[in-house]
Design a protein around this ligand. Sequence first.
Ligand code: AMP
Length: 431
Amino acid sequence: MNFTDLNLIDPIAKAIQEQGYTNPTPIQERSIPDIVNGRDFLGCAQTGTGKTAAFAIPILQNLSKNKPSNKNIRALILTPTRELAIQIEENIKAYGKYLPLKHLVIFGGVKQGSQETALRKGVDILVATPGRLLDFIAQGIISLKNIEIFVLDEADRMLDMGFVHDVKRVIKLLPQRRQTLFFSATMPSEIQKLADSILNNPVKVEVTPVSSTAETINQSVYFVERDDKLDLLTHILKNDIADSVLVFSRTKHGADKIARKLQSSSISTEAIHGNKSQNARQNALNNFKSGKTRVLVATDIAARGIDIDELKYVVNFELSDVSETYVHRIGRTGRAGAEGNSISFVDGLDLLNLKNTEKLIGMKIPVEKNHPFHTDNLVAQKRDSNNKPSQGRPQTSNSSRPQNSGSKKPGTTPAVGGFKKPKNKNFTRKK
Ligand code: AMP
């Protein structure tokens, strides 16, 4: 299918062409015609599937049908993080550049003055995080009574981040008659209940389950002792990888430590995490996107939803206890069908998480042994609440894992599901 088959109005078609999009992604193919026809929509889609355009394009088309009514907010997009909110608004700006519709993004952590001024001038499409939105509503600066289209984005993440209560408060303030679009990567029962309670006979589209990783991502694991991780990272950044790299750290403190070490090795690096001001986070992100900074070290919250064009490498400095996080992290690369690489450093503390992650994604991740810090003798350990290894019973580990191709490049893995053609293969490896 081509975008020209979707009967988009000329200003949108032209803007999309300028973005270089020719074919809608699978979720866009389904969502655009139905949303334009006024249907509610339930999209079960992970990051990198083109889900932002899947709702942004039909919203622009629908709002363009009627004359903008004065100063009323007509579409509300609620999303969990500031970074994601900013990104969604950037997309709306790009797709709506030839339309007279006004859009704005609001989020907390910054002074409200300029957001308030923009709101008072009138906004058609508002992208918001829940806390700041409720603040403005409480102050009487925002009213939701004229909302025609409501989007709840990343609903499962709202739950994870403890925002569901706020989301429910917002929903109560919406007019009964409206179009609702609901997006979530996973559908835990609480989210399913929420969807059922706010959607009216929705079109349901599931693009790829969260347990699948984009097909175009080469995944690899590096077995390394905990104390060698910083040296390994420095080594691969100096010897193996010439591109920009997004590094994920479990903790804010860890992110700062990694950034300091890389800086001291003359590798331009910045860190983003929840302890940094919103301006510092945005500057660091802009520097990384423009190529000014080569390495960005991020915690999961700060990195959620970040979309970096042509990012080729993601490094997991540790694996998360939450296996789904792996899918979200590596989804920062290999976006929109481009090729990407993910490298995961695994020490004794990560072994259990590796096992769980592999179970979730339904495949073994190839081990890259061709580096100076490789070890076959990791000992499984438990993490205590202070993130230190506990003195639990050690078990001997995976020295029997088969060797990878031995190339310097991370192993190429035909992964499951993804942007182009979702599949569901299981990959097994002899023990
Ligand atoms: P998202 O899942 O919304 O974060 O989108 C992932 C990436 O895909 C973004 O960089 C979009 O700009 C890009 N994208 C979205 N739709 C298309 C399309 N139809 N063709 C090519 N790239 C797209």
